[in-house]
Design a protein around this ligand. Structure first.
Ligand code: H2U
Ligand code: ZN
Length: 349
């Protein structure tokens, strides 16, 4: 029998951040596809849409009017999932029916006044302004005594449930540390206690020495397909310096972050020559007043597309009932992304 080969044989991979296992089935990548085929959304959009609730000067739900903003613009979500003035309370019936009140603040961040753009189409200097806003918001929301975690994220594309193509992201901040950051925190903490090192510093050093899952990098950040990726073209962006949060970024690192976001999302758009949908967001130290040396600032990009602009990966069946599964290996996905141009497909001569 042939020796075990990650590129050929079914296997499970361990995610040390969440301590979950992922099933990888590389031998299936050649099977014929008979699934759903969707039509891609039309690409051309005007710079200003009179019906868009995020465009400058337009009215939002509840009748508030956006200012004539010229850069970024942040406002409190008109349909916030969390509210700052929720009364504190608890509900329980025995040990099985439990509920606790949760306070929070939700905001929307417009990346640009230009309705037609997306992050990869914005100049690096404009993305740097978005980075500045993320830092500001992390600090502003995090400084409130009842806010202990600030989740910054972007849903991009209809496929991901994004309600509006205007370039924007969201921030949900609340009292407790949400489930996934809490899982990561527990792993980062026990790794630091047991080994005396940061899990993600060590992981990054290992990946940089191997090279096969690196997509692109600059002096301050690295984009890679994690060994334990679940989504076909899932990536992580890691700071090269051990930073616990956005607050610790130097001005050069803020530029470095803008640079890596532009380069990674441009590669994504070039993969299927489309505006590539994804959900992305930051994981970083909670804002609970503790030092959190275990945290290492990073982003996750979770894109659903599998083999074209219309064929996406569904997390159904086995994924819903057992654990995540993928066919394309992390190494093959990284190689494809690495070989793509950093000039967007519609900008070439
Ligand atoms: P998504 O596109 O990721 O769904 O984000 C848009 C957010 O904008 C969504 O959370 C909010 C929605 O609640 N929103 C407003 O705050 N005001 C509006 O007038 C419409 C939508
Ligand atoms: Zn708009």
């Amino acid at each position: 029998m042939a020796a075990f080969d990650l590129a050929e044989h079914p296997h499970r991979r361990f995610n040390p951040l969440t301590r979950e296992w992922i099933l990888v089935s590389p031998h299936r990548t050649k099977r014929p596809w008979l699934g759903q085929v969707e039509k891609p959304a039309p690409e051309k959009r005007p710079s200003y849409d009179p019906k868009c609730y995020l465009c400058p000067g337009n009215e939002r739900a509840g009748g508030v009017r956006n200012p004539q903003y010229t850069g970024t613009f942040v406002f409190d979500n008109d349909f916030a999932a969390l509210l700052p003035d929720t009364p504190t309370g608890e509900y329980h019936q025995g040990d099985l029916l439990l509920a606790r009140s949760e306070r929070g603040i939700c905001r929307v961040v417009c990346f640009s006044p230009d309705h037609s753009l997306t992050l990869p189409q914005m100049p690096q200097e404009a993305i740097r302004k978005v980075v500045d806003v993320w830092v500001e918001q992390y600090e502003d929301l995090g400084a409130r005594p009842f806010i202990n975690y600030v989740q910054i994220f972007e849903n991009k594309g209809q496929m991901m449930g994004c309600s509006n193509p205007h370039p924007h992201g969201q921030i949900w901040s609340n009292e407790t540390i949400p489930h996934l950051p809490a899982l990561e925190q527990a792993s980062l903490q026990s790794y630091l206690e047991e080994k005396g090192h940061c899990l993600l510093c060590e992981y990054l050093a290992l990946e940089r020495s191997l090279g096969e899952r690196i997509v692109c990098e600059n002096e301050h950040f690295v984009a890679l397909v994690p060994f334990w990726a679940v989504w076909p073209y899932e990536t992580m962006v890691l700071s090269r310096r051990h930073l616990t949060s956005l607050s610790e970024l130097s001005p050069e690192e803020r530029d470095g972050l803008a640079n890596i976001i532009k380069r990674l999302t441009t590669r994504y758009d070039n993969l299927f020559e489309t505006s590539f949908p994804y959900s992305m967001g930051f994981h970083q130290a909670p804002t609970d007043g503790q030092p959190h040396p275990e945290w290492h600032l990073h982003m996750h990009f979770y894109p659903p597309l599998l083999r074209s602009a219309t064929v996406k990966k569904f997390m159904v069946g086995y994924e819903m009932l057992a654990n995540p599964q993928r066919d394309l290996t992390a190494e093959a996905a990284a190689e494809r992304l690495r070989n793509l141009s950093e000039v967007r497909f519609d900008q070439r001569e």
